[in-house]
Design a protein around this ligand. Structure first.
Ligand SMILES: C[S@@+](CC[C@H](N)C(=O)[O-])C[C@H]1O[C@@H](n2cnc3c(N)ncnc32)[C@H](O)[C@@H]1O
Length: 299
């Protein structure tokens, strides 16, 4: 019997609780309540860890892989609850920041404001070499900076921006979108011809499935069962690395794989995977995370 770290928990038990959660998210009142609750509240045990994960991690990837942000326009897909990465991207010198998120967070609320203040307070210790943009005052963010922001509460499938951007990025979002083709195609719509796409995709098991000794447990279920656990929630789409590459190719995007991590193959029982995954290249199934840099190719 499959075990998780805390003892014997049969897969069936986790499967039924995931299906129940999904069912509840289909009830409009529960859904409204859940979406109003921020997913990232500030736990005070380790502010630096929280800032590193929720405020500065996207900026870190951008600085490393797209370079200096001064004067750039940046569009981020799926930043999460607050404009934490947006404020830090502007603070690092970007001219303009756009958000595309199908579940727009409460960007103007009190919890958001606490984050923005913490970002400014702690900026110098994270980025001693990048001066905080002196025209930005976190206590007046975001309301006083509407001319530098574009907030779009739509899914990528339909989102339209008012202008094209130098950088289109996302972090831990590609594994949640329903269509990889739409995810890839959006670059032709909103990225400048010479612009850069930067995306980190987390292919690993999420939620209860990350507690299993075999990290491939969540790939054992047929698609219709998996959909029962997540049709109303943002569970991973289970698309694998090579499927992203194929979608980028179909959308006429040149791709560089800047980083890729793999799950330990000895931990994955391939014979138990659903046949869809058994028929895929093993290396692609085992990819745990990847960072892609994209360029538009003339279509
Ligand atoms: C796992 S969260 C990642 C949040 C943040 N980027 C981070 O790394 O912590 C995924 C985000 O993508 C958004 N999202 C998922 N599917 C989307 C879609 N089709 N279009 C736009 N946003 C989407 C969700 O609403 C959520 O904010």
């Amino acid at each position: 019997m499959e075990k998780n770290k805390s003892g014997i928990i049969p897969t069936a038990k986790d499967l039924s609780s995931q299906i129940a959660k999904n069912f509840l998210m289909g009830v409009p009142a529960v859904r409204r309540w859940r979406l109003r609750r921020p997913r990232t509240s500030i736990a005070t045990e380790d502010i630096n860890q929280f800032l590193a994960t929720y405020a500065f991690s996207g900026l870190g990837h951008l600085l490393e892989h797209t370079g200096d942000l001064r004067g750039k326009t940046v569009c981020e897909i799926g930043p999460g609850d607050f404009l934490t990465s947006g404020l830090s991207i502007l603070a690092a010198g970007a001219d303009r920041y756009a958000v595309i998120d199908r579940f727009a967070g409460d960007y103007f609320g009190e919890s958001a404001k606490r984050w923005y203040a913490l970002i400014e307070e702690n900026w110098a210790s994270f980025y001693p070499d990048i001066p905080w943009d002196s025209s930005l005052d976190s206590s007046k963010f975001p309301e006083d900076y509407r001319n530098r922001l574009e907030l779009i509460g739509d899914p990528i499938e339909t989102a339209v921006t008012s202008q094209k951007y130098d950088i289109v990025c996302s972090f831990q979002v590609g594994e949640h979108v329903s269509s990889l083709d739409k995810f890839a195609e959006i670059h032709q719509r909103i990225l400048k011809p010479e612009g850069v796409g930067l995306h980190r995709v987390d292919f690993s098991a999420h939620d209860v499935w990350s507690h299993y000794h075999d990290p491939g447990t969540f790939l054992r279920f047929p698609e219709f069962i998996w959909n029962l656990t997540g049709s109303n929630r943002g569970v991973p789409n289970r698309y694998r690395h090579h499927e992203f590459l194929e979608a980028f190719e179909r959308a006429h995007l040149g791709v560089e794989i800047l980083a890729i991590d793999y799950t330990d193959p000895d931990k994955v029982d391939f014979n138990k995977l659903n046949k869809r995954f058994r028929s895929m290249p093993k290396e692609s199934v085992l990819a745990e995370s990847a960072i892609y840099r994209l360029k538009r190719r003339p279509s």
